[in-house]
Write a protein that binds this ligand. Sequence first.
Ligand SMILES: O=P(O)(O)OC[C@@H](O)[C@H]1O[C@@H](OP(=O)(O)O)[C@@H](O)[C@@H](O)[C@@H]1O
Ligand SMILES: [Mg+2]
Ligand SMILES: [Zn+2]
Length: 176
Amino acid sequence: MKLLILDRDGVINQDSDAYIKTLDEWIPILSSITAIARLSKAGWTVAVATNQSGIARGYYDLATLESMHARLRQLVAEQGGEVGLIVHCPHGPDDGCDCRKPKPGMLEQIAAHYATELAGIWFVGDTSGDLQAALAVDCQPVLVKTGKGERTLAKPLPPGTLVFDDLAAVADQLLS
Ligand SMILES: O=P(O)(O)OC[C@@H](O)[C@H]1O[C@@H](OP(=O)(O)O)[C@@H](O)[C@@H](O)[C@@H]1O
Ligand SMILES: [Mg+2]
Ligand SMILES: [Zn+2]
């Protein structure tokens, strides 16, 4: 199946060092919304794997997180596309969970949901943790320069990492 997995903050929407704590702070990268719709309409399944330690930290609750994801789904649907499974890790760095990136647990959840293998599946992120999670399960690590991507690019990347300006450029490549 044509499956693409995305990180959320910094790839689909703007990120902030102060976390994305409210629906109003969830500001879509409009070209990314269009990219998701384009891919979806072309037969791609677009899933999301996102760390949301802000829940463990008490910055926002699950209902607020889900309101952001409802907004994402609405924006993509308005362009004729749809968003697939969205998986989040609500835990903090010290909780020892299996789902927080750079661990690959969320990617494995997505693969199990779709009954597919992960090898070679592109995982698009903006941080080194995203790239490490991809490598842990033989996904293709893909870095975009949006969000924290430029900071990530300033340090050595895992061999084989693909780099694109933004998700729109990733979609252009996949749809070419
Ligand atoms: O990029 P994704 O995985 O979709 O989400 C990242 C967010 O959960 C937050 O992750 C935090 O990292 P810590 O969780 O505090 O290490 C910080 O980097 C925040 O700036 C960022 O908004
Ligand atoms: Mg991110
Ligand atoms: Zn977790």
